[in-house]
Design a protein around this ligand. Structure first.
Ligand code: F2R
Ligand code: MG
Ligand code: MG
Length: 311
């Protein structure tokens, strides 16, 4: 049976809502062990959490800054992140970003502050990747523009090459899925495109592993092979795998992402953004999309980002 293509505005709303829903539903599982998808689904039915954490809080801040400035303005985005952190510091931020916010508010230029973290190596945490998906809406999907803008947004807090590369790969994956039909999706083509943005062997190997794991009948090995940690290279590949493993179901993609345990809110946030971009808002269970915190603001940001002249 033929099915109607998912319209672009629904995909943009799906991406924004999907990220916040994945983050919120995954938050109670962050730092926990891996679990069966049946156990996670039962917990999500019994006691769903709809309050998102730093992941969606920063994703909203990123989108607001792009809209306020009509594109990327590093100084504005850094100060906007800092103001939002000051208003709601209890969202569960990583240790690095608040240190950067203090430096920027004390006068350190935004493009100098983050390099001093972690003994001067910069952060390879997944904070740049978890918030980056709105970039794919703002650029209209062009991969090169998406990769460039994603890297700039990541560098506000993450200057380690792996932290930046994680954001680029997540954003380019979202841009690709915003324009694909789930019935004809070719995961191998997406993964080939992503390899073109992976300059570090760590990411190249993980993306190759995603492709191999997708050939397997069972998904039991995915967590052990791809990782589930707070580092960008330990979580972005897992999120991409979750979305591609369940291309027809937002609920299954997010439930699987949470079941990996570890950095569950962040893996589910990124998987939710990817799955929402592919399937659109209507594919998200109504209870989830109606109850997630700030749903109307997320919808409004999606609509306005879609009208931004390609950033
Ligand atoms: N912070 C958390 N979770 C812990 C506590 C949450 C708790 N439930 C609560 O409510 O308080 N989650 C959030 O942080 C992650 C994103 O982190 P981000 O923004 O990347 O921060 P940071 O500090 O830059 O990096 C995170 C950690 O990675 C390690 N790391 C990074 N670069 C490193 C380097 N060059 N060398 C060594 N280690 C490095 C450090 O341990 C950092 O603290 C998301 O999970 C979000 O949900
Ligand atoms: Mg979080
Ligand atoms: Mg997390």
């Amino acid at each position: 049976m033929q099915h109607a293509p998912v319209p672009a505005p629904s995909r943009a709303r799906g991406l924004m809502l999907g990220a916040a829903i994945g983050d919120a539903l995954g938050a109670p599982f962050e730092g926990g062990p891996s679990a069966s998808t049946g156990h996670v689904a039962a917990e999500l039915d019994r006691r769903p959490n709809y309050r998102f954490t730093d992941d969606a809080h920063m994703l909203i801040g990123l989108a607001e800054s792009l809209l306020a400035r009509g594109g990327f303005d590093g100084d504005h985005m850094a100060h906007h992140f800092a103001r939002r952190y000051d208003a709601e510091p209890w969202r569960g931020y990583g240790s690095g970003p608040p240190q950067i916010f203090r430096m920027v508010q004390s006068g350190t230029p935004w493009d100098q502050a983050p390099a001093s973290l972690f003994g001067g190596s910069g952060s390879f945490g997944n904070g740049g990747a978890m918030r980056v998906a709105p970039v794919a809406i703002a650029t209209g999907g062009d991969p090169a523009t998406t990769a460039d803008l994603a890297a700039w947004t990541a560098r506000i807090t993450h200057t380690h090459p792996l932290g930046v590369e994680g954001a680029v790969i997540q954003a380019v994956a979202a841009a690709f899925l915003l324009h694909e039909d789930s019935a004809t999706l070719d995961p191998a083509r997406l993964l080939r495109d992503l390899q073109g943005h992976a300059y570090d062997e760590t990411f190249r190997a993980k993306l190759a592993a995603v492709e191999e794991l997708l050939q397997e009948a069972a998904d039991a090995r995915a967590g052990a092979v791809l990782g589930n940690g707070i580092a960008a290279h330990e979580s972005v590949p897992a999120a991409i795998y979750a979305a591609l493993r369940h291309p027809g179901s937002f609920q299954d993609a997010v439930t699987f992402a949470i079941s990996l345990g570890g950095d569950a809110d962040t893996i589910a946030c990124m998987a939710g953004a990817l799955s929402g971009a592919l399937l659109g808002e209507d594919a998200i269970p109504p209870a989830w999309r109606d109850n997630v915190e700030d749903a109307e603001h997320l919808r409004s940001l999606a609509e306005r980002l879609g009208q931004l002249p390609a950033a």
